[in-house]
Design a protein around this ligand. Structure first.
Ligand code: ZN
Length: 206
């Protein structure tokens, strides 16, 4: 939780304000990705804490398509990026419990990078006066995904948006294909232990 900004606004926003901000976020995400959302329009709030008193999580996208936000972030700038992260999960193609358990690292790397790359654009119409917080969530997965992206030669926004539109269970295969294209000899890929290692980290297999 090293990225937990403790700078709170003085005033707690109204629930209706949080809901209308989230609707704005989802509209922008759908426009940007040209994907439909599975969000059912409901936000639920949690105050679950770890034994040390820190929030158990800041946000979540439930399998029943609600979005969960932790009450500790509602009066912080963080709630916007958390809402965007969960919003990207809500449009992510092929995201179900089975695919997620197998490819969690790939899903989180794609969704969190989309959050970082597009959040300024997504939040434009909301006229926020505070700077957005630095993001650290899933840095480990992102580093591994970035090492693969560089090998594909693709530009960041194109790479992550394209992956978001590909069913989660197929993303690994597609990335490998993109990398193979950049190799003069496709056999060389299988000798590239760095690619294999990054994929292992993303799938949590060591
Ligand atoms: Zn996530």
């Amino acid at each position: 939780m090293s990225d937990d900004s403790q700078e709170h606004y003085t005033k707690m926003p109204l629930i209706s304000q949080i809901e209308s901000d989230q609707q704005h976020v989802i509209r922008q995400i759908c426009r940007l990705t040209r994907l439909p959302t599975r969000w059912n329009g409901n936000i639920v709030f949690t105050n679950e804490l770890n034994p040390d008193g820190s929030p158990r999580y800041f946000g979540g996208k439930n399998w029943d398509c609600k979005i969960t936000l932790h009450t500790s972030i509602l009066d912080t700038i963080r709630r916007y990026s958390t809402g965007i992260h969960e919003g990207f999960h809500s449009v992510s193609v092929g995201l179900d419990e089975r695919a997620y358990s197998q490819y969690k690292g790939i899903e989180e790397a794609v969704v969190e990078q989309c959050t970082r790359l597009f959040r300024t654009e997504i939040l434009e119409g909301l006229h926020l006066t505070e700077p957005l917080e630095k993001r650290f969530s899933y840095n480990h997965y992102i580093e591994n995904m970035e090492s693969l992206r560089v090998r594909t030669g693709k530009e960041s926004k194109d790479f992550y948006l394209s992956l978001l539109r590909i069913p989660l269970a197929q993303r690994e295969r597609v990335v490998v294909k993109w990398i193979e294209k950049t190799y003069p000899d496709t056999q060389a890929l299988f000798l590239d232990s760095q690619v294999e290692e990054a994929l292992r980290h993303l799938k949590g297999v060591f």
